[in-house]
Write a protein that binds this ligand. Structure first.
Ligand code: FDM
Ligand code: MG
Length: 217
């Protein structure tokens, strides 16, 4: 028997507005891929457990204040501190599912409409991070989002921010369109999950053609 070279895992990002169902869909995807025999790790950003993550958590709970640029760079640093782990995990054959990533990072910060914090400025610290093999964007209408219940108490969970975020996601995802797959998340949990699993499995089967993990540009 010839030994097969180790096949790498996929980097799969799940993005979307609040209440699009990201976390539930990430968990379902993880469980489905595990059932199919794939090695899988699920992580989410912000990772509130690291020292940087604790600063972010305090900011999001409105327990502390930060300059807009400063908190933006902390969100980015929170990804950079896990970048090596993501690269190593993927290289070792494990598929990594990530709940929010650079797209949320750039869009939520730019949505503050701070004159010195453009979408372009906000994207720069993300350049060089592990690039997703696929970014699944869970899309829901404002009407459907409203049906799913009121806002929570965290920063950004208000109508003004959400509508700006929605618009900026449109702009950014169009720029990064080679990596993005838009999923209609206004359907039932099972319908959405079925499509996500299908896209993820196809992505994993294309990895040989993609080659090694790439970097965001
Ligand atoms: N968020 C998330 C950012 O502002 N920048 C980032 O880089 C990331 C990853 O943090 F409002 C925002 C998006 C959201 C908040 O995310 C917390 P969760 O997924 O709701 O915990
Ligand atoms: Mg939230």
């Amino acid at each position: 028997l010839e030994s097969q070279p180790m096949r790498r895992g996929a980097l799969i990002i799940v993005e979307g507005l609040d209440r699009a169902g990201k976390s539930s869909q990430c968990e379902l995807l993880r469980d489905q891929l595990l059932t199919k025999g794939h090695a899988v790790e699920y992580i989410r950003f912000p990772d509130r457990t690291t020292p940087i993550g604790k600063l972010i958590d305090s900011y999001l709970r409105n327990a502390s204040h930060q300059d807009d640029h400063s908190i933006h760079l902390l969100f980015s640093a929170n990804r950079w501190e896990l970048a090596k782990h993501i690269q190593d995990t993927v290289a070792n054959g494990t598929t990594v599912i990530v709940d929010r990533y650079s797209y949320s990072g750039a869009v939520y910060s730019a949505a503050k409409a701070n004159p010195t914090l453009s979408l372009e400025w906000a994207w720069q610290p993300e350049v060089g991070l592990p690039r997703p093999d696929i970014c699944l964007f869970l899309s829901i209408s404002p009407e459907e989002a409203a049906k799913r219940g009121g806002f929570g108490a965290e920063r950004y969970e208000n109508e003004t921010m959400q509508s700006r975020v929605r618009q900026l996601f449109g702009t950014l995802l169009d720029r990064q369109r080679d990596d993005v797959c838009v999923i209609d998340a206004g359907r039932t949990v099972d319908e959405v999950s079925e499509e996500i699993v299908d896209v993820a499995v196809k992505c994993i089967s294309r990895l040989d053609a993609i080659g090694p993990l790439r970097a965001l540009g």
